[in-house]
Design a protein around this ligand. Sequence first.
Ligand code: NAD
Ligand code: TDX
Length: 331
Amino acid sequence: MKNILVTGGAGFIGGNFIYYSRKKHPECRIVCMDCLTYAGNIKTLEPLMNSESFRFVKVDITDRENVFKIFEEENFDAVINFAAESHVDRSIKDPSVFLTTNILGTQVLLDAVNQFGVKRFHQVSTDEVYGDLPLDRPDLFFTETTPLHTSSPYSASKAAADLLCLAYHRTYKTPVTISRCSNNYGPYQFPEKLIPLMFVNASSDKPLPVYGKGANVRDWLFVDDHCKAIDMIVRDGVVGEIYNIGGHNEKTNLEVVKTILKTLSKDESLITYVNDRPGHDMRYAIDPQKICDELGWYPETKFEDGIAYTLRWYKENEPWWRAILDGSYRK
Ligand code: NAD
Ligand code: TDX
């Protein structure tokens, strides 16, 4: 793996993955392809811009001509596809771009992988493709064979992309792997997602909008543990296989919000219950046994440590998120 393409690397997980990979495999060259939607932030990658082993290209993954041009120039060993529209609430308001980027964009990349004989295409998917689990069945978990049962236009578009990857593998022998991870948290997450949004609001003593009763459960994983898993799958995973990633760390939204308030020494009266998200998934819970057994992956960061680190990062990197709030990051 000498030259890899990371799509969506100006976003949250892709950006963290680039930093993770450079530390773990300093010999490896990384090309980041990102069209810088509202969720992409070039500031995240600024320290790398003058590095010889890094290249940033502002290209939309749905732009076949320019995507193919970069593949022709670069001769990639592997492609890791993080680029996506990723926010469930936005997909409920306007599904179109989710279908275009998440499905058709994936198709363009798969076609380029076939055309240029790239040795591995890794699709970064999500546990949301499995739908949700009931709160009163803590014995149930998503495994790789749990049927797809999506709830939002976002998750439907991610499931469609997964099916496309598997179809390309079967039909064209495209060397794909897929990972389905639970909710990530960590540095550089856009402040529309639960944890950074609550941090930002609490910091300014603004109300914290909790959907419904705050009883929905998410299975939180520190972003570096996700990056470690993807790196292992790309290098040692079996082509055609799906790997679930999660750390058995289930929390209700209310628990997470209260932890943030406590850490910031803010009052719980900031919590404001608002209308529920339509089609809101109740519980996500991943069974990661396969990746643990087959690749020896395990999560290293305990939630208590990871959330403390993350909140400290947001405190110390106020210019990063202030530029998002005032819109100047787009310039
Ligand atoms: P994000 O929204 O923070 O970042 C997405 C990035 O993709 C942005 O930099 C954006 O500019 C780029 N992008 C969007 N459309 C593009 C296009 N058409 N062409 C090129 N670039 C484009 O997302 P994230 O939270 O980092 O998620 C990354 C991937 O991981 C997504 O595929 C998501 O479905 C998946 N995932 C996320 C989580 C999570 O908790 N955030 C959990 C599991 C899986
Ligand atoms: O203001 C809010 N209030 C609230 O109660 C927001 C933004 C969220 N929530 C709730 C909804 C969810 O139950 O918090 C939970 C987490 O919400 P999000 O941060 O929007 O994440 P989620 O919908 O769980 O999806 C995330 O995990 C799976 C990522 O955004 C997806 O990209 C990933 O696939």
